[in-house]
Ligand binder design. Structure first.
Ligand code: ATP
Length: 377
């Protein structure tokens, strides 16, 4: 029972992914308020999935329903092929880490980590060895005799992780585990948690409102809004191919322009036509066109064919350390600024400074069209 490997029982084989957790048609009401609306989702064995969304979107409620800490109003949850929908938390197979460290302050670190083991293992020596193994696993082998109050926030969260992993749960649930930590510790721990999860191959779900955290840690991200799933995809899919205007806007920054569809692969923006991703909107329909700031290409660097190229004035610039942010204006864009991110090399090579005129290309494959309601056009 007490080994460091996941007890999920299901492993992924090449080319085939086993579903470990299945959520089907899940809804949750609090009185007349519907917090989750018909959520369906498969999580594969060994996968790291993040629930990402703004405050109040329902991500914590969904995690708590999976743990049995909140009972769904409708729907079904299966874990490892077993219907767990109506089981108490103690009958389910998961370890959980909360935002606040939630360690017992009056118990030593060793006692905290070993706490859950006592109900499944009587042999004190086996418990001692397992606690030692777990403390090594989270990189704190010498802290066992201390009390939680003597550790930093980051160290306490590592202990909370060790405690959650103690009984080798099939499922690891992380509820904003890093958000109480300062930025530097958070960045470091983000990497450590991900490495550990990969090593143990434990199926993991993490709730976060931090997009960078979700994109950097997850195998797949579930973007939620108002109790529904807006998109499920790999971090690259979510960032590069947002399924809705909400996702495009919530993850990363985005230029948005009001345009009119005029052909299957083109829209008109003010007086100009822009070639874009193929869309299904009828000619004359109003639409929203999006483009990431880093996809604005100073044209000398582009491999473009002259399409979607404009002269623009660099109205202002801001140095952000890893790159420059520039605000561009052009007669083509009307009164709206175009937000562009240029690499330091590009700025140096093309002598881009405030006040110069620049030719920029807006690559057609990076221009996405949405309906005014925010759905894919
Ligand atoms: P946050 O990041 O702020 O925690 P969240 O996406 O995790 O947000 P939830 O905590 O899941 O959001 O809450 C979803 C909605 O359900 C919110 O509007 C919240 O006010 C409501 N809600 C959650 N728990 C309860 C409860 N016990 N009683 C009534 N309403 C609740």
């Amino acid at each position: 029972m007490i080994s460091s490997e996941s007890s999920s029982g299901l492993t992924s084989s090449a080319g085939h992914r086993d579903v470990y957790l299945r959520v089907h048609g899940l809804s949750k009401s609090f009185g007349s308020f519907l917090a989750l609306k018909n959520i369906s989702l498969d999580v594969y064995a060994g996968e790291f999935v993040c629930f990402l969304g703004p405050s109040g979107c329902g991500k914590t409620t969904l995690l708590r329903a999976i743990a049995g800490l909140e009972m769904q109003t409708e729907g079904r949850i299966e874990q490892g092929g077993r219907d767990i929908s109506h089981l108490r938390p103690s009958q389910r197979d998961f370890g959980i880490v909360f935002q606040s460290y939630a360690l017992f302050p009056n118990l030593t670190i060793e006692q905290n980590v070993g706490y859950g083991l006592q109900s499944v293992e009587r042999d004190r020596e086996k418990i001692r060895l397992r606690v030692k193994e777990l403390l090594e696993l989270v990189g704190l082998p010498d802290q066992g005799k201390k009390y939680p109050g003597q550790l930093s926030g980051g160290q306490q969260q590592r202990i909370a992780l060790a405690r959650a992993l103690a009984i080798s749960p099939g499922l690891l649930l992380l509820d904003e585990p890093l958000s109480a930590l300062d930025a530097k510790v958070r960045g470091h721990l983000r990497h450590e948690v991900k490495q550990l999860q990969r090593r143990l191959a434990v199926t993991t779900i993490m709730v976060t409102h931090d997009q960078e955290e979700a994109l950097s840690m997850a195998d797949r991200v579930v973007v939620m809004n108002h109790g529904v799933i807006e998109q499920i995809g790999t971090p690259t899919e979510i960032y590069r191919e947002p399924a809705s205007l909400f996702v495009a806007d919530f993850v990363g920054s985005m230029n948005k322009f009001e345009v009119t569809a005029n052909a299957p692969e083109s829209v008109s923006f003010g007086a100009v036509n822009l070639v874009c991703h193929k869309h299904g909107l009828a000619a004359g329909s109003k639409a929203i066109l999006t483009l990431r700031p880093e996809d604005v290409i100073p044209s000398e660097l582009g491999q473009g064919d002259g399409r979607n190229q404009f002269k623009a004035l660099v109205r202002d610039m801001e140095f952000l350390g890893s790159h420059w942010r520039a605000w561009l204006t052009s007669e083509a864009f009307g009164s709206q600024d175009l937000d562009a991110h240029f690499s330091i090399n590009a700025v140096r090579r093309l002598s881009i400074t405030q006040g110069v005129m620049l030719t920029v290309e807006l690559p057609a494959e990076r221009l996405h069209v949405f309906t005014p309601e925010g759905r894919r056009g």
